[in-house]
Design a binder for this molecule. Structure first.
Ligand SMILES: Cc1cc2nc3c(=O)[nH]c(=O)nc-3n(C[C@H](O)[C@H](O)[C@H](O)COP(=O)(O)OP(=O)(O)OC[C@H]3O[C@@H](n4cnc5c(N)ncnc54)[C@H](O)[C@@H]3O)c2cc1C
Length: 369
């Protein structure tokens, strides 16, 4: 089966991998390089973690996601994942840590509940409030995102997969699996996948009111020596507590320490120049002022602007016809499911799957309690 794939991010490349390993013929198009540094999938790291607040469905999908990554590492001959464990800081009755702990209890997922002293022992760079506690999982950690998409593209090229970088798809006919390129040529196949990230609504106008491209800034930092050592041994911090949706990824496998705050996010055009505003990296750090000791002594290495597609209900957005699937993210969540979604998309496209069941599953609803 020949499948046209628009987008060479983690979803497009994983789908191509899953199709190619089954003997099908994916053809990948991207408006930029493959992989494209402007894609949401291109950064040093992305988190994979079990904690999903109240969303039992997504939490349940993380174990299959790990299995899918293991299949990918096997095919690539190399693992691009560092298991650091994950930590969430809780303090309020309805914060993300508390909701995730309740979800773990419902799903019988093992975890450690750490008191304040134990959290400080694990992460001595933290400044914690009096009632802080930690929700810790040994499973979970850092997917080395740019290495993964580079390795996937190299694997696909080694299999002879056709990949067309610098090729913008101007239009897509979802019922007939036809795309139109900017050079006015048209291409048809048995099936079509649109995995165009934050650009998806431009190709699928039906999604304009559902998916909004959002701009997010992450900051790479170099802590002073003593803190650096502690960070190197730190779990991923999925949530520092409070309402700013703050997270941190430790400097594993020669990557940088990275901080981000979901609250520092706004609508924007993913094709716009990726320039930081004056003092914007420093502004992001203000969300961490009350969480990190010695923050004023950290050196800002780089502030980075990224775009992802956001939906109001924070569910993945999946549209299907008989011959096509369009899929895009719900903010900062989809990389971890990349390999799994690739396998599931390939299964759906090449089988006689039930479209409604497929969409419900992809949106984490089929597995909700
Ligand atoms: C700051 C940040 C932090 C995140 N943190 C996490 C995390 O910790 N864990 C996690 O699981 N997820 C995380 N995510 C989300 C995750 O990175 C994205 O959901 C995922 O990478 C999206 O992959 P994708 O393949 O759908 O899109 P993308 O990676 O954006 O790829 C889309 C590709 O489509 C191409 N394209 C678009 N339009 C066209 C067109 N018309 N013609 C040809 N090509 C086109 C683009 O050039 C691009 O290369 C984060 C995202 C951001 C921005």
């Amino acid at each position: 089966m020949k499948v046209l794939i628009v987008g060479g991010g983690i979803v497009g490349l994983s789908t191509a991998w899953a199709l190619a390993r089954r003997g099908h013929t994916p053809v990948v198009y991207d408006q930029g390089a493959v992989p494209n540094p402007m894609a949401a999938s291109y950064d040093q790291h992305r988190i994979i973690r079990l904690a999903y607040g109240e969303r039992d469905g997504y939490c349940r999908m993380v174990k299959p996601a790990f299995q899918a990554w293991r299949r990918l590492w096997h095919d690539l001959g190399e693992q691009h994942y560092v298991e650091t464990g994950t930590l969430l800081i809780g303090s309020d009755a309805d914060d993300y840590a508390t909701l995730s702990r309740a979800s773990f209890d419902r799903l019988s997922i093992p975890y450690d509940e750490l008191d304040k002293a134990a959290v400080e022992g694990l992460c001595p760079f933290l400044r914690l409030g009096g009632n802080a506690w930690g929700l810790y999982n040994t499973e979970g950690g850092v997917l080395l995102a740019d290495r993964i998409v580079n390795a996937l593209a190299a694997w696909l090229r080694s299999q002879g997969t056709e990949i067309y970088p610098l090729t913008t798809v101007r239009g897509a006919d979802f019922h007939n699996a036809i795309i139109a390129l900017s050079d006015d040529t048209q291409h048809e196949a048995d099936a079509l996948v649109v995995a165009a990230g934050a650009w998806t609504p431009q190709l699928v106008p039906d999604l304009t009111s559902i998916v909004e491209p959002k701009r997010q800034v992450v900051v790479y930092l170099e802590p002073r020596t003593r803190d650096l050592e502690a960070w190197r041994n730190s779990p991923v911090i999925v949530d520092f507590g409070g309402t700013n949706e703050t997270w941190a990824i430790p400097p594993v496998a020669n990557t940088g320490l990275k901080l981000g705050a979901g609250v520092h996010r706004r609508g924007g055009d993913p094709s716009a120049p990726r320039t930081l505003e004056a003092n914007e990296a420093t502004q992001v750090l203000t969300y961490f002022q009350s969480h990190l000791r010695n923050l004023e002594r950290y050196r800002i290495v780089e502030g980075r602007v990224c775009y992802y597609g956001c939906s109001n209900d924070e569910r993945f957005v999946v549209n299907t016809t008989k011959r096509a699937v369009a899929i895009t993210g719900c903010s900062g969540h989809m990389f971890k499911f990349g390999a799994l979604f690739g396998l599931e998309l390939a299964e759906f496209l090449t089988g006689a799957g039930d479209a409604d069941a497929f969409v419900r599953w992809m949106q984490g609803k089929a597995m909700d309690g």
